[in-house]
Write a protein that binds this ligand. Structure first.
Ligand code: DAH
Length: 331
């Protein structure tokens, strides 16, 4: 029982000592524990009077050891405070200052910020979807029914959920946000949908199982392919500079008709940068929009791909390794 008391005193002492920041506080702790009058150690010596001779000897030794320990610790702390005080009072204005590292947006975020700012200036808003998406919105609502060959290019990660009636997966593109947003509201629509997407791809210089996309949508009365071309050209000229040469190539996407892929002539080569087209009536119908009354266009692009083209980055992996020697080249 007295042994426990020794342990408790030691514990409390160490806790209080750790909080001591100046000489005054140190004196206080000293008085409380090893003070001659009301010190806790002295109290222990007084309690010993009631013990038998054998116990008295054993306990007395233990209390003495405790006292020596506390005194050593107090002395250590005193020396530390004194040296700290002397260090603080010496100031050398010729020493170099502490340099603060300057942070900057990651290359991918910088590209996304630039893309967003161009579309925000054109009056688009930003819509968010979900990374865990239903099979319906990722495929079916975008005119990609079960067994459609377009699903082959979008192999992804499926989630097990015992009670769900729907099948859930990690979304393979940001296009489902188009369907979600349109089925929630009424036209006109004008928004972009930046976000993270997932595919079951082996990582290499141009593939990653996780990457980023942004889609855009404009729906209103009388929207035509000419509006789409004008918007995309304006966007690419703002991003790459007014001299950039832009080419539209006929293509296929299940959710647009007609569809096109867009290339820019950059560093002596044609480089594909995005897909686009007029929104398919089947997509409008899933969203409850009358395609006789409204028309619209959509486009989608990979943020990694645009970054690589724009900044001359040879491998996608460089964008994820967080090597400062690489990132610092793009302030
Ligand atoms: N979702 C397509 C993909 O991941 C890209 C795309 C193409 C999006 C055309 C669109 C579009 O909105 O109109 O490959």
């Amino acid at each position: 029982m007295l042994k426990d008391e020794l342990e408790n005193i030691k514990k409390e002492f160490l806790e209080r000592l750790a909080l001591v920041k100046d000489k005054g506080a140190l004196e206080e702790v000293k008085g409380l524990f090893v003070g001659r009058k009301r010190g806790k150690v002295n109290d222990l010596f007084l309690k010993m009077a009631a013990l038998g001779a054998e116990e008295k000897r054993e306990f007395g030794q233990a209390v003495n050891r405790l006292k020596v320990f506390l005194e050593e610790k107090l002395e250590e702390r005193e020396k530390f405070l004194a040296s700290k005080g002397s260090r603080e009072s010496v100031r050398d204005d010729t020493l170099p200052g502490t340099r603060l590292e300057k942070g900057s947006a990651h290359l991918l975020n910088a590209t996304l910020q630039e893309i967003s700012s161009i579309f925000l200036r054109m009056g688009y808003s930003v819509e968010q979807g979900r990374e865990v998406e239903s099979d319906y919105f990722n495929f079916t609502a975008l005119n990609i029914p079960e067994e459609h060959p377009a699903r082959d290019d979008h192999d992804t990660f499926y989630l097990e959920h015992a009670t769900a009636t729907e099948r859930y997966l990690l979304r393979t593109h940001t296009t489902p946000v188009q369907a979600r947003t349109m089925s929630k509201g009424r036209p006109p629509f004008k928004f972009i949908t930046p976000g993270r997407v997932f595919r079951k791809d082996e990582p290499d210089d141009t593939h990653s199982p996780v990457f980023h996309q942004v889609d855009g949508v404009l729906v209103d009365h009388g929207v035509t392919f000419a509006d789409l071309k004008g918007t995309i050209k304006l966007f690419l000229r703002t991003l790459f500079g007014p001299e950039i040469v832009v080419r539209f190539r006929p293509s296929f996407f299940p959710f647009t008709e007609p569809s096109a892929e867009v290339d820019v002539f950059f560093n002596g080569r044609w480089l594909e940068v995005l897909g686009c087209g007029m929104i398919d009536p089947a997509v409008f119908s899933c969203a409850g929009i009358d395609s006789e009354e409204y028309t619209g266009f959509a486009f989608g692009m990979g943020i990694e791909r645009l970054t690589m083209v724009r900044c001359g980055v040879p491998s996608l992996r460089l964008l994820y390794e967080n090597d400062l020697r690489f990132l610092r080249q793009f302030p």
